[in-house]
Design a protein around this ligand. Structure first.
Ligand SMILES: Nc1ncnc2c1ncn2[C@@H]1O[C@H](COP(=O)(O)OP(=O)(O)OP(=O)(O)O)[C@@H](O)[C@H]1O
Ligand SMILES: [Mg+2]
Length: 495
């Protein structure tokens, strides 16, 4: 067979594989299928397909005629070829490894009588997400030193197919979950698959069909307002108004007049009657945001509203009545405020018909990537830049961060990354965390030990969790690093 014929056969079989992998519907089997078809059509004999795991390490994702647990058995030289594919993105092909000086003395080649070896990077944009390794003893294979470009192209097409399949799999998964409970469709804009969020959804479903007052407790940025709106929208009051009062930074007088309204002349500047939110939201829902900040005098007036729907506007003599559903939100611990006599106990019980606790993002790490991907999709659509994606390393960093500002902070971090990222792949360089998000919370620890820890954590993050690489960079033994990591783990720090 001439070299030209060989190349032609190679290209056409590679394209056939690409077509097949795009129509194959089972993403879990895709790596195996890619490997099998490439080994067959190139008349190779054995092979591995490696994919980068979440920790940034290459893992065997499929193996053919080779033991998935014995990559080490391939010998040093072969490992070097794979490493060159993975780290430098180079294709390494040798037609007769026994003659190739690069493999001189490699016992694996001699032992197994391997004649031809190819290692091919699986490249996606700027990132190498994996590699293919093929070898053959038969001497009939159709990869030669001239096949480099074709194999490189094939590597990127296969990488694209694998990446797409993974995204599709995640979406199918998510959709199936959403469909399980028809009611959940209504909460679609609230992203989350974690157990903790499943519980929140279940509670939301139950309370949305009632008029029970709901108290939503959660840290800043956890989605309290999103939840309050969703409860309102899917319930029987959904078509009526939803209004929110932010009690956090209004003075007492202003707050009172906002809430209950006032009559003309009740204070300087009150030129005419003005209805309050209680009246405007009648028939619908009123959200008392940061309810813990409402002053005690106003709490007393609110208690009455919750008891029988009656209240007096500022300066008014007559009682008005309203039919409003109250949803309150707070990031404080209300029972403590009650104990400190800053919040009325009777009001606490009234507004707390049912309590929904929204867990902080760091307690539902499963949701981080899902939310990040959705936000990224939204921003890349808005910015009209095509399909921007996260590098695997950046995904690892996102899942590891502490997110003291919860989903709002995640949202901003992704938005900033989109702006900072010139191309279509968001890398670690584009992720800027607040100090408290990436490191420890609380007052800054200035000890040498803390500085050492921060430095080591940074290098670990930069080497995407690869401990050998990190220990090399740090100039310490891997064992010492492992011990430190174990020590931190005992302190409750995840590495
Ligand atoms: N589960 C979620 N899925 C998608 N977006 C979310 C989710 N939770 C929060 N967000 C988004 O994060 C931002 C903050 O949410 P929201 O304003 O509801 O938080 P909050 O708990 O009311 O915060 P704060 O206490 O600071 O008022 C919003 O842009 C919201 O859309
Ligand atoms: Mg809010």
């Amino acid at each position: 067979m001439s070299e030209v014929d060989k190349q032609e056969i190679l290209l056409s079989s590679l394209f056939r594989i690409v077509r097949e992998i795009h129509t194959n519907s089972d993403p879990a089997k895709l790596p195996e299928m890619v490997l099998q078809s490439v080994v067959e059509s190139l008349h190779a004999e054995r092979g591995y397909l490696f994919l980068k795991g979440e920790d940034g390490k290459m893992e065997v994702s499929a193996a053919l005629q080779l033991n998935p647990d014995e990559v080490g058995g391939l010998g040093k030289t072969t490992q070097t070829a794979i490493k060159r594919a993975v780290e430098k993105g180079e294709v390494v092909i040798t037609e007769d490894a026994r003659q190739d000086p690069r493999f001189a003395g490699a016992s694996s080649i001699i032992m197994h009588d391997i004649r031809s070896v190819a290692s091919v990077p699986l490249r996606l944009g700027d990132e190498i997400i994996g590699a293919l390794y093929l070898d053959s003893r038969l001497g009939e294979n159709s990869f030669s030193e001239q096949s480099g470009d074709a194999l490189l192209l094939f590597g990127s097409l296969a990488a694209q197919a694998i990446d797409q399949a993974q995204t599709v799999a995640a979406l199918i998964d998510e959709n199936a979950r959403l469909r399980i409970k028809a009611g959940r469709f209504a909460f679609e804009e609230i992203i989350g698959q974690s157990k903790a969020m499943e519980q929140v959804f279940a509670l939301m479903e139950r309370v949305s069909q009632t008029d029970l007052p709901v108290l939503i407790q959660g840290e800043s940025g956890t989605g309290k307002e999103l939840i309050a709106r969703a409860i309102h929208r899917v319930g029987p009051r959904g078509e009526k108004p939803f209004l929110a009062l932010f009690a956090g930074n209004l003075g007492e007088e202003l707050l009172e007049s906002e809430l209950f309204g006032h009559v003309k002349g009740s204070f300087t500047g009150a030129h005419q009657d003005k209805p309050g939110l209680l009246s405007l939201a009648s028939g619908g829902t009123l959200m008392l945001d940061e309810v813990a900040d409402i002053p005690l005098r106003i709490q007393a007036k609110l208690l009455r509203v919750l008891q029988d729907g009656q209240y007096k506007p500022v300066g008014g003599l007559k009682n008005l009545s309203t039919d409003v559903r109250i949803v309150s939100a707070t990031h404080s611990d209300l029972p403590i405020r009650v104990k400190e006599n800053l919040f009325r106990e009777d009001l606490y019980y009234r507004i707390n018909g049912i309590e929904i606790r929204v867990p902080p993002l760091r307690e539902r790490r499963d949701d981080i990537l899902l939310i990040a991907e959705k936000i990224l999709r939204r921003f890349s659509e808005q910015s009209n830049r095509g399909h921007i994606r996260f590098s695997r390393e950046s995904l690892t960093m996102l899942t590891r961060a502490k997110w003291p500002g919860n989903v709002r902070e995640l949202e901003r971090t992704v938005e900033r990354a989109v702006v900072l990222c010139p191309g279509l792949t968001i890398t670690a360089d584009h992720l800027i965390f607040t100090r408290s998000a990436a490191g420890d919370e609380g007052p800054e620890d200035l000890s040498l030990k803390a500085a050492e820890k921060n430095h080591i954590l940074r290098i670990l993050a930069e080497s995407a969790g690869n401990r050998s690489e990190a220990s090399r960079t740090l100039g310490i033994s891997r064992r010492y690093l492992q011990n430190l990591i174990k020590e931190w783990k005992d302190e409750g720090i995840e590495v």
